[in-house]
Design a protein around this ligand. Structure first.
Ligand SMILES: *Cc1c(COP(=O)(O)O)cnc(C)c1O
Length: 349
């Protein structure tokens, strides 16, 4: 496998000069700041938000680097992981020429960002037991395939994809391989973060939205070689992560045991919920999950879904998705949430 990032990058992006913000040009933290047209008095509504935030979020990255054992230069922060998904497609895929590969059923944003950017999607669905058709994926690669998206643990199926299949793709494909690890904290599998050094084409996505309980602040992480991170930083909006988000992230990063405790509780509830679901007569199957949700196959899935909506219990219907016929996706709730769900499901017949 030979890998050349400069050959993959769209040429006009290689050649362009990024926006240089006031805070890029002067890096000191004390002084009389009259460079950024900010309000010198403070913020209407209270608080201290009148200064622009650090465009590169170095303090947050330093903390993440320690927690994840990577270099801070190997981290990109985005407005959710959806931002790096979009930026990767925009940086590397020429509209109406290039393509990406995904494996349905999977996370919807790879398709949406590709559609938005005029980039073709080659879909090589998973097997019926939700594993990668590795040989087919590699055979589907064309001269214009720039990125292969792999979601593991996969949404909406919940399982981790086989490590040897993923490794085969990383070491064979000469474009970029994105492994979306949004659910890695709930998984018994190891992260691919440790393989960054040996694989210059690898990008690992993680997020504060799930295990950290911070979906509302919008903070996603991409980990990759310094060269790939530089490309993403070059084309992002200058201040893509606001000050409030950076402050909340720093607070969260100082409470690792808080995260671990929540993950432990969710995993206990996942086991309990799966067991309870299987006692319901019309439930056919609960797929094994490495995530914080369960994919559940049942008789009359559409009717059960509507019945529960009327009881103000909202699940995610996946019945129209390939390989997920008859399936609803259930996020693991609190013990109380799960009890309400099970009680109502038992009333349906
Ligand atoms: C939830 C989820 C994300 C996280 O998205 P954010 O934009 O960070 O909230 C990413 N990938 C997958 C597969 C997900 O299910």
């Amino acid at each position: 496998m030979s890998f050349d990032l400069s050959k993959l990058l769209r040429s006009h992006i290689a050649g362009m000069k990024p926006y240089s913000s006031a805070r890029d040009e002067y890096k000191g933290t004390s002084g009389v700041f009259l460079d950024a047209n900010e309000n010198p008095y403070g913020s209407v509504g209270g608080g201290q938000y009148n200064r622009y935030p650090d465009p590169m979020q170095w303090e947050v990255k330093e903390h993440i680097a320690k927690v994840k054992t990577v270099k801070k230069e190997q981290i990109f922060l985005g407005n959710g992981s959806d931002e790096p998904i979009d930026l990767l497609i925009r940086a590397f895929c020429e509209p109406h020429r290039d393509n990406i590969i995904q494996m349905s059923p999977t996370y919807g944003m790879y398709q949406v960002s590709s559609d938005l950017n005029g980039v073709d999607v080659i879909d090589i669905p998973l097997t019926v037991d939700f594993h990668i058709k590795t040989e087919e994926v590699l055979r589907a690669v064309t001269a214009n395939t720039k990125i292969i998206f792999i979601c593991s643990p996969n949404n909406p199926t919940g399982n981790s994809l086989r490590r040897e299949d993923i490794e085969k793709i990383i070491t064979t494909f000469e474009g970029l391989v994105v492994i979306d690890e949004a659910y890695i904290d709930f998984s018994s599998e190891r992260s691919f973060l440790t393989q960054l050094e040996s694989n210059p084409n690898l990008i690992v996505l993680q997020t504060f939205s799930k295990a950290w309980g911070l979906a509302g602040v919008r903070l996603g992480m991409a980990f990759a070689s310094e060269a790939i991170i530089k490309v993403l930083s070059k084309i992002k909006y200058p201040y893509n992560i606001n000050m409030l988000t950076q402050q909340v992230a720093l607070k969260a990063l100082s409470d690792l045991s808080g995260r671990d405790k929540m993950v432990k509780d969710i995993l206990e509830q996942r086991t309990e919920l799966a067991k309870e679901l299987l006692t319901i007569p019309y439930v056919q199957f609960v797929f094994p999950s490495d995530a914080n949700f369960l994919l559940v196959k049942m008789d009359h899935a559409n009717e059960v879904f509507e019945y529960l909506i009327n009881k103000e219990i909202i699940l995610r219907s996946r019945t129209k998705i390939i390989l997920c016929e008859g399936c609803l996706r259930v996020s693991v709730g609190t013990k109380a949430d799960n009890s309400v769900l099970i009680a109502e499901m038992k009333k349906y017949s």
